[in-house]
Design a protein around this ligand. Sequence first.
Ligand code: ADP
Length: 380
Amino acid sequence: MEIKKRNLVIGILGGGQLAKMSLLAAAEMGFECAILEKESSSPAGKHSRFEFKGQAGDQEALDRFIDVSDVVTLESEFIDPGYLVYIENRGKKVFPSSVTLSMIQDKYIQKKSFSEAGVPVSRFVAVESKDNYISLSSVLGEKFVLKSRTMGYDGYGNALVNDQESLIKGLEKLKSRNSELMAEEFVPFVKELAVMVVRTKRETVFYPVAETIQEHHICKEVRLPSGITTEQESAVREMVTKALDAIVGEGIFGFELFLLSDGTILVNETAPRPHNSGHFTIDACVTSQFENHIRAVAGLPLGSAELLKPYVIMVNLLGKRSGPGFPDNYTAALCEPDVKLHIYGKEESRPGRKMGHITMVGSAEDIYQRALTIEKEIHL
Ligand code: ADP
């Protein structure tokens, strides 16, 4: 029998918290990760023997990163799909593939692909220079959301419009992002939902649907159960499967959805990677999103996504001050024995920056309030 010289090395484009948590899951399975990140000592880079300083556009760093990686994945979809084509042409499989990334990266193309595949989405149009409030509102209704087609995250690429004046302001705000624009009808949702799904050639594993709660367009909390019915959960799985078929999706995907007052569910968008709304899976599920991501990338069977306890809350620890990236005081949080604390290891904290998260699982709703109280005591 041939003995392999070394175990699999998974290359990750990016070295932030998603890369770090993927790397930790890989390490538990005996794999190593190579990290390509523009700064050294990134949250993931500082845990890797194969840390490459640079961006995908730095040819030498990219080539060295590809040389050491058996397979490649990413932690952000804001990368030119051309680099993925380059990696694929060098004989390394990439998750998500360049084809999938190029169908997802532009939110307009993504929504168009979903809508053509019969996935329920809100009404949307591409914004052209001749458009004005009257032309857009005649298709989308009085209130709509202007969105940068690319590079939008945490709501930075969005602007709410309800008249010509707010349209001009929105166009002004989003112009600086150098992206083409789209507009979507304003969805009067009663809840925002999210679901993680992992798909390989052989199987598909869905995590339970979660409720997400945003503050200033940034996800603050994720709670389970989401409160939707079993029928609605099946409907979500059906629409996500159609959406994945449309984008030839293989690997892990996070889907964001809107629940309307009449029970209708619409897909908002997807991200082709582990997702903040799936962090609860580390402490609350048999197999975390990160472990299943690594399993998918490594071509292994997937693990169960079942919840260990029925009630779950994940609260993001967003920077409350500018300063070092570790908390002033861990003690208060850790006095609560059920709390699982995750600090990402970013060098610097800034107000609103995602610095860590806490998770609590339990048998009753009281964990929600307990977790929120603890979050207030963690200063970082
Ligand atoms: P990003 O990629 O920046 O996260 P999203 O499209 O997910 O952008 O929008 C961020 C948030 O803005 C959503 O979580 C939701 O709260 C709100 N939002 C987005 N699109 C709409 C819409 N069509 N109607 C109402 N609210 C929306």
